[in-house]
Design a protein around this ligand. Sequence first.
Ligand code: NAD
Length: 454
Amino acid sequence: MKIFNPADGSLIRELAEDDAQAVAAKYARARAAQPDWAAVALGDRLDAVRKFKDVTEKRKAQLARTLTQETGKPIVQSRNELNALAGRIDFFLGKAQAALAPETVLADPQMHERITHEPLGVVANISAWNYPYFVGSNVFVPALLAGNAVLYKPSELAPLTGLAIGEMLHAAGVPADVFSVLIGSGPTGAALVDQPVDGVFFTGSYATGARIAAACAPRMLKLQLELGGKDPIYVCEDADVKTAAESLADGAMYNAGQSCCSVERIYVHERSYESFVETFTAIVKGYKRGDPMDETTYLGPLARAPQLAVLERQVADAAAKGAKLLVGGKRVAQQGNWFEATVLSGVDHSMELMREESFGPLIGIQKVAGDAEAVRLMNDTVYGLTAGIYTPDEARARRVLAQIRSGSVYWNCCDRVSPRLPWSGVGHSGVGVTLSTYGIQAFTRPKAWHLRSL
Ligand code: NAD
């Protein structure tokens, strides 16, 4: 498999791919190794994860460069991801003991009822490239703490980061067969799903998620799918325009818009619409695009070349249906996967731009008459990952957010993930939960003990 730098198209490295036979061999070794790992004291498993965290902190500068080289993520944003990784791992380290502890739910003289949290066994972790440290660790850290063996397939767009994660976990004391890295693209992922694993934990697009769900359907295994979104935000007439525009431009354009919870649609109350559009566009025009290794770059290239055509199609479709292009709108004529930061106003839901995930530096802004219309439009989607509102009025925010169908809701913030809160989606945004204590127990099977003393 050839790994290219999306910033200039140059070849970074070639890696041997895991074919179906190699995947089956790694599965068999993981199956054999898992019971011993589950028998290791939780304190020792916690120690291994703590050491992993320490190594990621020590090697941060080099890991950030690798991530930037293979995905095009600006170097400052790669370091941000690694900085925040420590906080996520600390959450799991702090909560695992309690989340995995057996619970006595009845202790009568004759009858004892108990719940234990058993590991699932061998789990497949098929991951995306956009935040490989986040979306990977949301799965493999709690999965390992709960006593599972993990077959980890990083995205074909971030395999060097995937290999580094494997090396660091092994150096930290996780046995090689308990955490295996599988290198390859779709066929390697499909071969992994074909193994008799006990759980499949997938992060990626709806299209791939639906294919995996169909492949898993008859097998009665644990399946979690963390998929895409078309995340909306509503800016009320009482919101401070500059504050909202700054926050939302960053929410839409950070990591070149390639976050599952990027702001993908903005609805603005008609009384602030003109000034919001003007302020927002000026902020986007000020973002510096350039070499992702440069410390001052905010916008890098896209990681996936085929996404350029998706963005072009969305812009053309919106323009043909009457949208106004305020800035950007096309590929940048240079080597690599570059697209201009693009803002369109005068958009509506007849346009693909307001219905399908863009996953790029592209945003549409639509005028609304008030809360009822905003709620109707925000809910007019097959997705439901996050949604938010900007207003100083907390009661109004709570009223609007209570009517929104999505896994997470935001008041005066956006594009935000907290390890303390469950991360989940509605509809095409997926099934299952990561993060929070639910996201630790997700890697276990509750076993019910009915114990009668005679
Ligand atoms: P993708 O669906 O193209 O690929 C995801 C993974 O699936 C990759 O590792 C890929 O090799 C593998 N794969 C491809 N075909 C497969 C098959 N048939 N069987 C098994 N595995 C297969 O997605 P991507 O481009 O890596 O990621 C972008 C998408 O991920 C966006 O839609 C984004 O919103 C979503 N995402 C969601 C979350 C979340 O938490 N909800 C987080 C990050 C990304």
